[in-house]
Design a protein around this ligand. Structure first.
Ligand SMILES: NC(=O)c1ccc[n+]([C@@H]2O[C@H](COP(=O)([O-])OP(=O)(O)OC[C@H]3O[C@@H](n4cnc5c(N)ncnc54)[C@H](OP(=O)(O)O)[C@@H]3O)[C@@H](O)[C@H]2O)c1
Length: 253
């Protein structure tokens, strides 16, 4: 069994109630970390994770589309944990808005996507930097996307742009705050089997997705979790600023 010792680590993980976040939260707790299990709508899932490990991990609700909610989330977690070792920016939405739509509908999806996928991430980064400076250390792990490097289809321009922003932010944080003992990493997944991906598979079929990758099976959240655990552990701090692809060989840079 994979083992990375995360005993005593306190981690804020956004979007921990489903998909990649849920798989990662489960892994981090199994390795001994206490996790602030952030969710938006799926309270039952976040609570089930907390109950499963019963180790001081706790659910926190926040709609990251609302600025006040973002502040509230960080404040509540800071108060509960005292010290936060790592902030994992995982929550995200993947909304279609073809350029064939009328412009105002297209723009409303653009704004919604940027609010959740980038603006909340920017604000949590600022709050995290303030917190990490006070305590003299900290780590950010940003969940980007293969879309940043390969480009997306025309239906997902906002999504691709938001993840480009996240990736660039993460790299700049690594360069700007390394001397203050703040590290920053990007994990860049390809297609990963979650409900976000299922929506795409429903429309385009699993064969199309399997044909794109080098391996035989679609990536699952469990395939991403050990890398994220290693990043949280401090064992790979000298890779700060790095973007690590986990895309089953579908896009090799
Ligand atoms: N799946 C893929 O193929 C893939 C590929 C590349 C990158 N990614 C990235 O990986 C991350 C996780 O994706 P996933 O596939 O695991 O997605 P998912 O299964 O749809 O889960 C999304 C998570 O984000 C939360 N969330 C959604 N909207 C929110 C909002 N307005 N406020 C707060 N939380 C919100 C959800 O909370 P509730 O369920 O509680 O509402 C849920 O926990 C995303 O950043 C995504 O862009 C995914």
């Amino acid at each position: 069994m994979t083992t990375i010792d995360l005993t005593g680590k306190k981690i804020l993980l956004t979007g921990a109630s489903d998909g990649i976040g849920k798989g990662v939260a489960d892994f981090l707790m199994r390795m001994g970390a206490q996790v602030a299990i952030h969710y938006n709508t799926n309270r039952a899932s976040a609570e089930a994770l907390a109950v499963k490990y019963n180790n001081g991990s706790k659910p926190f609700q926040s709609n990251l589309a609302n600025e006040e909610d973002v502040y509230k989330l960080f404040e509540e977690v800071e108060e509960y944990f005292g010290t936060i070792d790592t902030v994992i920016l995982n929550a995200g939405i993947f909304l279609k808005h073809s350029t064939n739509k009328n412009t105002s509908d297209w723009l409303s999806v653009w704004k919604k996507t940027l609010d959740v996928n980038l603006n909340s991430v920017g604000l949590l980064t600022k709050l995290g930097i303030d917190h990490f400076k006070k305590q003299g250390q900290g780590r950010f792990i940003y969940i980007g996307s293969r879309a940043v490097f390969r480009g997306e289809t025309e239906e997902y321009l906002a999504y691709a742009a938001s993840k480009g922003g996240v990736t660039s932010l993460a790299r700049s944080v690594a360069r700007s705050f390394g001397k203050e003992n703040i590290k920053s990493f990007v994990v860049s997944p390809g297609f990963t089997r979650t409900q976000m991906a299922e929506q795409f598979i429903e429309v385009y079929g699993e064969e199309r997705v399997l044909n794109e990758i080098a391996l035989n099976e679609l990536t699952t959240p469990q395939d991403l979790a050990p890398l994220i655990g290693l990043m949280c552990s401090g064992l790979m701090d000298h890779a700060t600023g790095a973007t690590i692809d986990v895309n089953a060989g579908s896009h090799i840079r």
